[in-house]
Design a protein around this ligand. Structure first.
Ligand code: NAI
Length: 761
C-alpha cells in the first residue's frame, strides 16, 4: 500500500496533487528545482480559492525541499509523481536522477498531458520502464474527479494496481484506463470540441453570449459554455495543447484537418487578455464595473448583452440541433464535429465507450459524455447527418445503426462494444451507485419528495429527490415511513443518501413564507413539531441509521445528519446550521444536539458557559464547513463518523458501516444538559451588541441572536438544574415562531428565495 508520496515540480499541478495527497492523510515530499519554491507553493495553497487543503492540518503533512539539496528525501517514497515542465528531455533527465535515489519497488509516474509514455521511458532501461506509468490529474486536483491512467507494455501489474487503488480509494479519483495516445481521452476530445466551438461561433456570426448560452446548459455542458470556459482556464493554455496535439497526431487525424488558428485568440494572448487570471478575456469589466464582452468580429469590448435565440427555448439536445436558427445550426455543427470525432476514436484511445463518457463527464464537467449525447440525438440521426454533410461515418456509429449506445437489459446498464455486442458497464469493487439500483427495480416506498430503496443485504436507502433536495412534508413523511418500515423488520439498517450534487439545502422555506403570509401559525407550529418528531424518530429508531452526505448539507439537511446514529460523509461535504441567514434558528433539534455535543466535548473547559458559547458562535454566524474534515472541528461530525474520499464509494461505505452496527444496536440515550439560563443569554446578547457596534453584525442579527441566545442558554434555568434535550426543543419551537412573525425575518426569507443570497438587514 502506498503511504508516502513524492511530488516533483511545485507548480499548479504538483502543488495541487501534493495537497490532495495530504488531504488523504498521506505523507508527502514536495520538491522543486527552484530553491524555496516548494515551501512557497505550500503557503500559497493555504490561501487558494477554492481551497486546496481540506483542513489546515493537512499542510503539515507536506515536507518541502529543493531538488538539488533534498533529492535524497525521495528515498522513503512509495510513489514519486513528476509534475515538472512539459518537456521530454527535462523529464527523462530527472528520471535518470531518480534511479540513483528511489527505493527498490517504488513507482514513478508522470503527470504529462501530452507526451507518449514510450517517449518518456526511452533509454532509461527495463527496470525503470517496469516501475513507470502516466497518472494524469486535472486542474484543480482536489476538485476534478478524473484521473487518466496510462500503463506501458512493460509496466508491472502490481504497480498499476497500487497506483489505481491509491488514486481511487485514498485520493478519491475515478480512474480511467487510457491507451498511450496524444491527449489521452479528455483533452483529445475536449480540444477538438473547444476548437470547433470557437470556430463555428465566429464563422456563423454568433455573439459570445449566444455561443455560451447554446454551448452550455442545453447540451449539459457547464454554463461557462466555450468562451466563459476559456476565460476560466486561461486563453493561453489552448495553443500549448494544440501545438502538442498537432505535433503528435497524424496529419489525417480530424483534429489536424479541422484545426485553425484564430487570429482573434492570438491577438488576445499577445495583449495579455488571457482571461480571469489576466486583463480579462472574452468577458471583462469596464472601469465603472459594468460587464463587457468581446465582439468576435472587431475584437473590441462592448456592453454585455443577453442571448435571445428561439433555439434556446428548446428543451432537448435533439430539438436544439434540429432548430433552424443560428443557435441550432451552431449546436449542430459543433456536435457533428465533436461526436463524430469521439465515435471514431474508440478503440484507439480507450477500450470502451463508457470510459470515454466518464472522462468527459469528470474531466470537463459535462453532464453527458459524447456517447450519452449521441443517444439523446439518436445514433442513426448522427450517422445520417454526417453522411448528408459529405463526411465519413465512423465504423462504430455505422455498426450500432439505429440502436442506442447504452441500453438496460434485465435491470443492468449495458454499453455497445467494439465487438458489436452489448456488455455490462462494470463498476469497481466497493462502488455502489443508487442509479444502478434504480435501474434494477422499484422502490420499497415512494412519494413526490423521497423514496426508499432496497440496497441489498437487508439495508435500505432513503433518498431525497426534491429540488436541491429541500425538505418538505413529503420528505418528512417518508422519514417517518422509513422508521416505521424498519421497526416492522422490512430492513435491518437504513442509509440516508442521494446521488445528487447536494445532500440537502435544508427546509423548504418557501412553504414557511407562504404559511406566514396567510398567518397560518397553528399549521407552522405543527410543521415544526412534526419535523422535530421525524428527527427524533430517526435518532430513536430501533435499527442503525447512517447518514451519507456529499455536497451541501445545510439547515434542516444538517439536522437530519445530526440525528443519525453514524455518518459517513464524502470528503467534500459542506455542513452548517445556517438558519440565521433567513432570520430563524435551527428548529429541528439542531440547537439541542449541538449543545449536547459541545457539553460532552473533552477539550472544552467544564461549566455551562463554554458549550453554550461554542454552539452560539457557529450557529449565530451560520458557519459552514468547507470540507468534512472541517465539519469535525465544528462537531457537526463526530470523531467516530467516517469520511470517504471517493464520492462513488460513499453509498457502499455507509452501507458497510450500517451493517457493522446492526448487532446489539441500541439507540443513543437523550443527553442531560446543564445550561446557564438568563445570565448566559445576557452574556451572548452583549457579545452580539458588541459586534453590531463594531459593524460586524447588523441590527437584525441582534434580534435573531437574542432569540438564539434564549434557546442556547436553556431558557428559564440555571446551571444547578439538569434539563433535557427536549426542553431545548421546546425553546427552539418558541424562538422559531417568534421570529417568523417578525417583518425582518420575512424580508430575509423573501430575499433568499428571490436571490439565493442572505439579506443583511
Ligand atoms: P507549472 O509551470 O505550473 O509548474 C512546473 C514546476 O516545475 C515549476 O515550479 C518549475 O519550477 C518546476 N520544474 C521545472 N523543471 C523542473 C525540474 N527539472 N525539476 C524539478 N522541478 C522543475 O506547470 P504545471 O501546469 O503544474 O504542469 C506540470 C505538468 O503537469 C506538465 O507536464 C503539464 O503538462 C501537466 N499538466 C498540467 C495541467 C494544467 O492544467 N496546468 C493539467 C494536467 C497536466
Amino acid at each position: 500500500m502506498i503511504k508516502t508520496i513524492g511530488v516533483i515540480g511545485a507548480g499548479v499541478m504538483g502543488a495541487g496533487i501534493a495537497a490532495q495527497a495530504a488531504n488523504a492523510g498521506l505523507a508527502v515530499v514536495l520538491l522543486d528545482i527552484v530553491p524555496g519554491a516548494a515551501a512557497q507553493a505550500i503557503a500559497t495553497m493555504g490561501r487558494a480559492e477554492p481551497a486546496a487543503f481540506m483542513h489546515s492540518r493537512a499542510a503539515r503533512l507536506i515536507t518541502p525541499g529543493d531538488l538539488g539539496a533534498d533529492i535524497g528525501k525521495l528515498a522513503v517514497c512509495d510513489w514519486i509523481i513528476e509534475a515538472i515542465v512539459e518537456r521530454p528531455d527535462a523529464k527523462r533527465a530527472l528520471y535518470a536522477q531518480l534511479q540513483t535515489v528511489r527505493k527498490p519497488g517504488s513507482i514513478v509516474s508522470s503527470n504529462t498531458s501530452t507526451i507518449p509514455l514510450a517517449t518518456l521511458t526511452d533509454g532509461l532501461g527495463a527496470d525503470f520502464a517496469a516501475d513507470f506509468l502516466i497518472s494524469h490529474f486535472f486542474n484543480p486536483p482536489r476538485y476534478m474527479r478524473l484521473l487518466e491512467l496510462v500503463a506501458g507494455p512493460a509496466t508491472r501489474s502490481d504497480a498499476i494496481a497500487a497506483v489505481r487503488a491509491c488514486c481511487d480509494v485514498q485520493l478519491g479519483k475515478t480512474v480511467i484506463d487510457c491507451r498511450d495516445t496524444p491527449g489521452f481521452i479528455a483533452n483529445r476530445i475536449g480540444s477538438l470540441w473547444a476548437g470547433m466551438a470557437v470556430r463555428h461561433a465566429i464563422d456563423l456570426g454568433l455573439t459570445v453570449e449566444e455561443a455560451d448560452a447554446v454551448m452550455g446548459r442545453p447540451l449539459g455542458i457547464p454554463r461557462t459554455g466555450i468562451f466563459g470556459l476559456m476565460d476560466l482556464v486561461g486563453i493561453d493554455l489552448g495553443p500549448h495543447v494544440a501545438k502538442s496535439l498537432l505535433a503528435s497526431l497524424p496529419a489525417d487525424d480530424a483534429y489536424c484537418r479541422l484545426y485553425r488558428e484564430e487570429p482573434l485568440v492570438a491577438r488576445m494572448i499577445a495583449e495579455g487578455r488571457i482571461g480571469r487570471k489576466g486583463k480579462g478575456g472574452f468577458y471583462s469589466r469596464a472601469a465603472d464595473k459594468s460587464r463587457l464582452s468581446i465582439d468576435l468580429v472587431t475584437g473590441e469590448y462592448r456592453q454585455q448583452q443577453e442571448a435571445r435565440l428561439a433555439s434556446l427555448q428548446t428543451r432537448k439536445p435533439a430539438d436544439l440541433a434540429d432548430h433552424p436558427d443560428i443557435g441550432g445550426r451552431y449546436a449542430r455543427a459543433v456536435l457533428l464535429d465533436t461526436l463524430g470525432y469521439a465515435a471514431s476514436l474508440v478503440p484507439e484511445i480507450a477500450g470502451d465507450i463508457a470510459s470515454v463518457d466518464a472522462a468527459m463527464r469528470l474531466g470537463y464537467n459535462w453532464k453527458y459524455g459524447p456517447f450519452e449525447l449521441i443517444d439523446r440525438l439518436g445514433a442513426g440521426w448522427l450517422a445520417r447527418a454526417l453522411a448528408a454533410d459529405g463526411r465519413a461515418v465512423p465504423a462504430l456509429l455505422a455498426q450500432v445503426g439505429d440502436r442506442p449506445f447504452y441500453r438496460v437489459e434485465a435491470g443492468t446498464l449495458q454499453a455497445f462494444g467494439v465487438d458489436g455486442s452489448y456488455q455490462n458497464v462494470a463498476r469497481p469493487d466497493g462502488v455502489l451507485l443508487l442509479d444502478d439500483i434504480k435501474r434494477a427495480g422499484k422502490p420499497m416506498a415512494r412519494n413526490a419528495g423521497a423514496s426508499i430503496w432496497d440496497i441489498g443485504d437487508g439495508v435500505a436507502c432513503l433518498e431525497f429527490h426534491t429540488k436541491m433536495n429541500a425538505l418538505d412534508q413529503d420528505v418528512l413523511g417518508m422519514v417517518g415511513r422509513a422508521v416505521g418500515m424498519g421497526a416492522k423488520g422490512a430492513f435491518k439498517a437504513l442509509v440516508i443518501y442521494n446521488d445528487g450534487e447536494q445532500f440537502s439545502v435544508g427546509a423548504n422555506i418557501g412553504i414557511a413564507l407562504f404559511a406566514a403570509n396567510i398567518a397560518a401559525w397553528g399549521e407552522i407550529e405543527g410543521a415544526i413539531a412534526a419535523g422535530q418528531q421525524a428527527m427524533l424518530a430517526l435518532r430513536n429508531a430501533p435499527f442503525p441509521v447512517v447518514g451519507a452526505p456529499a455536497g451541501m448539507a445545510l439547515g434542516g439537511g444538517c439536522e437530519v445528519l445530526l440525528h443519525c446514529a453514524a455518518v459517513v460523509a464524502s470528503a467534500e461535504t459542506y455542513m452548517g446550521l445556517v438558519e440565521v441567514g433567513v432570520g430563524l434558528v435551527p428548529g429541528w433539534g439542531g440547537c439541542a444536539t449541538m449543545l449536547a455535543r459541545w457539553s460532552a466535548a473533552p477539550k472544552l473547559p467544564r461549566g455551562p458557559m463554554p458549550a453554550m458559547s461554542k454552539a452560539f458562535e457557529m450557529i449565530s454566524t451560520a458557519q459552514v464547513s468547507k470540507s468534512a474534515a472541517e465539519a469535525r472541528d465544528l462537531l457537526l461530525l463526530r470523531d467516530s463518523d467516517g469520511i470517504s474520499m471517493n464520492r462513488d464509494r460513499l453509498l457502499a461505505d455507509a452501507k458497510a458501516r450500517a451493517l457493522a452496527m446492526v448487532a446489539d444496536y441500541a439507540p443513543p440515550p437523550s443527553a442531560k444538559l446543564r445550561l446557564p439560563g438568563p445570565t448566559g443569554a445576557t452574556a451572548l446578547r452583549m457579545a452580539v451588541d458588541g459586534f453590531v457596534a463594531m459593524g460586524r453584525a447588523t441590527a437584525y442579527d441582534a434580534v435573531v441572536g437574542g432569540e438564539l441566545a434564549i434557546v442556547l442558554s436553556g431558557g428559564d434555568t440555571d446551571h444547578t438544574v439538569e434539563i433535557d434535550e427536549d426542553d431545548v426543543r421546546g425553546l427552539e419551537r418558541a424562538a422559531f415562531m417568534a421570529l417568523l412573525k417578525k417583518p425582518g425575518t420575512l424580508a430575509r426569507v423573501e430575499h433568499m428565495l428571490e436571490t439565493g443570497r442572505p439579506l443583511r438587514n
